[in-house]
Design a protein around this ligand. Sequence first.
Ligand code: NDP
Length: 283
Amino acid sequence: MSSIIDGKAVSLAVKEELKARISELAGEGKRIPCLAVIIVGDNPASRSYVRGKIKAAEFVGIDSRLIELPENVQEEVLLGKIAALNADPLVDGILVQLPLPAHICEDRVIDAISVEKDVDGFHPQNVAALWLGRPCIVPCTPKGIIHLIRSTGVEVSGRKAVVVGRSNIVGKPVAKLLLDLNATVTIAHSRTRDLAALTREADILVAAVGRPRMITGDMVKPGAVVIDVGINRTEDGHLVGDVDFESASAVAGWITPVPGGVGPMTIAMLMRNTLEAYKARTL
Ligand code: NDP
């Protein structure tokens, strides 16, 4: 039976630490970091993610501004809001909740966010800097995944890591971060042949696919660290990951649950990125 990596507890520790650092700033009479969140439309999942982010900001003591725009907002209006936030010296981080309605070009929106305030780490300049090993804002979910892996104390250097999924927001950046920790990394995707043979070799297995319970226990190497990024809602309304927790936890050494694994870490890392963006701008 594996040990559970408790993302709730680890993320709470991160937030407590941030809270202490922000309270120190306040005590020194300094300005408090500020995160601006833009949400377009009424997508319930997006609304719930945004609520979680604003709540976490309140918890750690980061000021937040919520900008709510209607589903049919013109792209130009959204770009205008971003330009105003870029120019606002009191705003340290800007996050536009994705996905956006189909009539808005996501790439144009991401490109419009100032690189220094891009706390999601999605701007092409931040992405390029990540791959070049230069200072950058690291995207929240991959950053949280690495934090969780490190929390186990398991050695990453020289070990085999398999990342299932190659998205720009999770799969690719987490693979790069594992490479930075000297893992030998393989990225699998929908065209990978014999996925199970590959995953069975992984000392560290990250599943970021979006397919409920597709990684089963027989695909896991005994003792492996298994990180489940997936958030999938089943027909009966339950949240499940990309990993079949029951069978995988019987084989893995360490495993994250869903919910309560990667999800809370993503939000904690957003708070950390906001503080880091603040520091880069003000200190
Ligand atoms: P995407 O849909 O962008 O990417 C999914 C990836 O999985 C693709 O690279 C796809 O391959 C690959 N894939 C699909 N089917 C298979 C298969 N049968 N075998 C192997 N690979 C396959 O998803 P995201 O990366 O955005 O998200 C992945 C999951 O993580 C989702 O459930 C999402 O909700 C969740 N998520 C959770 C976050 C959190 O904070 N916990 C944050 C972000 C995402 P191909 O490229 O070939 O199509």
